[in-house]
Design a protein around this ligand. Structure first.
Ligand code: GAR
Length: 194
């Protein structure tokens, strides 16, 4: 069993899917902490629902990353929770040296596109604007670039005629909820842990 720490900024549907997979015995992990940079983020309530310790971490003054001292605090919180793998689930800030050095090749992210296409915000809108017929989901190791790093798993999602940003993102999220637990199981196997 692998101890994971989940970090996210928003509604937490991927966090829920992962916690449910653990509860259902499909993913051999224990979520030891959920941390959010957003005070009222539903992800913290979801953690509570599943009985997982959770905390708000005030992000400091920057908009796209954590203040360095805060990022050190994040490292400490995850270490105190015994996290072996850090799972980013809708975390909307870029991680820098403190986290990348503390957890080398141990931080995983999910992104709503077929990377390297459409990194950045609202990737489903970028795919719609490009008039593509397919987009998808990528789970990858985190490195120093935004939405970049070795790919663990990808799955395609069709873009249908008449799709709106909302309908497309909903179809992408349904795939995310299957893919993220599968990708984590693969990470654990690659670590020799299941
Ligand atoms: C997900 O669609 C995830 O792929 C995306 O944020 C959403 C979070 O949803 N992440 C990124 O765009 C990262 N660059 P959730 O809070 O319901 O899991």
């Amino acid at each position: 069993m692998v101890n994971i720490g989940i970090v996210g900024s928003g509604k937490g549907s991927n966090c829920r899917a992962i916690l449910q997979s653990i509860r259902d015995g499909k993913l051999d992990a224990k979520a030891t902490v959920v941390i959010s940079d957003v005070l009222e983020a539903p992800i913290l309530q979801i953690a509570g629902e599943f009985g997982v310790p959770n905390a708000y971490l005030p992000p400091g003054h920057f908009r796209t990353r954590l203040e360095p001292i805060v990022e050190e605090q994040l490292v400490e919180m995850l270490r105190n929770a015994g996290a072996e793998v850090v799972v980013l689930a809708g975390f909307m800030r870029v991680l820098k040296e403190p986290m990348l050095e503390a957890f080398p090749r141990q931080i995983i992210n999910i992104h709503p596109s077929l990377l390297p296409k459409f990194p950045g915000l609202e990737a489903w809108k970028q795919a719609l604007a490009a008039n593509d017929k397919w987009t998808g989901v990528t789970v990858h190791y985190v490195d120093a670039q935004v939405d970049h790093g070795d790919i663990i798993l990808q799955r395609e999602v069709p873009i249908l005629p008449g799709d709106t940003p909302e309908s497309l993102h909903a179809r992408i999220q349904a795939v995310e909820h299957e893919l993220y637990p599968e990708a984590l199981a693969q990470v654990f196997r690659d670590m020799g842990r299941s």
